[in-house]
Ligand binder design. Structure first.
Ligand SMILES: NC(=O)c1ccc[n+]([C@@H]2O[C@H](COP(=O)([O-])OP(=O)(O)OC[C@H]3O[C@@H](n4cnc5c(N)ncnc54)[C@H](O)[C@@H]3O)[C@@H](O)[C@H]2O)c1
Length: 292
């Protein structure tokens, strides 16, 4: 998709972080932007700010875990701006304690994280793709996964992101097979300086874990430092807009991870043990200026 001006973009998880930066990016290139998020206050602030700069925007309170809610988002977006051209299924959460055994992780964690990160993306496709195919104009869909979707993992976050990667590869092939004018990309960032570590702020009451998950304090501190030292969301947005124009399927904004990703696939083909990420090495390389 080459031309953005006057077209319409819908972004989920648009009140914060990467989604927020994408909403800014789409508005700056002259698109109508629909910002969708479950965090109503932050959403209202984001919408007010964009409106204040004179951009045509609509904010819609959405719970990505609900098919009805995402369906309603599609209805409201179409009612306000007509055809939707760009869809970014970006809303996401992470739970603590993914270092526990996969059999020990509470069902509530699985339900919440898979609900937002995987089913939220699937519901987005179910709600929007039929209309995008029907109007037939150029379009593009971006699903936010993570580098976690390319590396060995185990917990809900990693499983959800592996799922989003597979879903998007399928989507890309389905659209191409039908000769649709719609491209598809999967966004796999490393660390980005956002509020993802504070994702619990959006956990619904009914999915609170039965026992308080005492986070491993050292892991938490290291994780937070890695996120805070990550690249800025605006850098990611710039890369995504370029990838949409180029029609790239895989968007990997952090090339410093390439050797680790390569190691994983070589390990699989070599029938070896899974690679593990050496956090100390990562920190050292980051201190030397590499962007993880
Ligand atoms: N920050 C990183 O380092 C990083 C790395 C790789 C991938 N990602 C992915 O990027 C995406 C955006 O996250 P971020 O880092 O900007 O974090 P963020 O917390 O700043 O933004 C996430 C947004 O999603 C919204 N959200 C949460 N639950 C929702 C729900 N049920 N329905 C609708 N919206 C909901 C939040 O309110 C928030 O506005 C996520 O999918 C995340 O997994 C982030």
């Amino acid at each position: 998709m080459r031309d953005f001006e006057g077209r319409t973009a819908v972004v989920t998880g648009a009140a914060s972080g990467i989604g927020r930066a994408l909403a800014d990016g789409f508005a700056d290139v002259g698109m109508n932007v629909v910002l969708a998020d479950v965090e109503e206050e932050a959403l209202a602030a984001a919408v007010a700010e964009l409106e204040g700069r004179g951009h045509p925007v609509l904010g819609v309170g959405v719970d990505a875990r609900s098919r009805e809610s995402v369906g309603e988002l599609a209805r409201r977006a179409t009612e306000r701006f007509g055809h939707v051209h760009v869809l970014v299924n970006n809303a996401g959460v992470a739970s603590m304690g993914e270092d526990r055994g996969v059999w020990e992780i509470a069902d509530e964690d699985w339900d919440w994280v898979m609900g937002v990160n995987f089913y939220g993306v699937l519901y987005g496709l179910q709600a929007f793709v039929p209309g995008m195919l029907e109007h037939g104009e150029e379009g593009h869909i971006v699903n936010t996964a993570s580098l976690a979707g390319l590396l060995p993992g185990g917990g809900p976050y990693s499983v959800s992101k592996h799922g989003v990667l597979a879903l998007t590869e399928g989507l890309y092939r389905n659209l191409a097979d039908r000769g649709a004018a719609i491209g598809a990309s999967v966004l796999c960032p490393g660390f980005v300086n956002t509020r993802i570590f504070d994702a619990e702020r959006n956990r619904p009451k009914e999915l609170e874990a039965p026992e308080v998950q005492a986070p491993n304090e050292l892991m938490r501190a290291v994780g937070e430092a890695l996120i805070q030292g990550g690249i800025q969301p605006a850098e990611v947005a710039e890369i995504v807009l370029r990838a949409i124009q180029e029609g790239d399927l895989y968007i990997l904004p952090h090339p410093a991870w390439d050797p680790i990703v390569r190691g994983r696939f070589e390990g699989i083909l070599g029938r070896k043990k899974p690679v593990s990420v050496d956090i100390e090495d990562l920190m050292r390389r980051r201190a030397a200026g590499e962007k993880f």
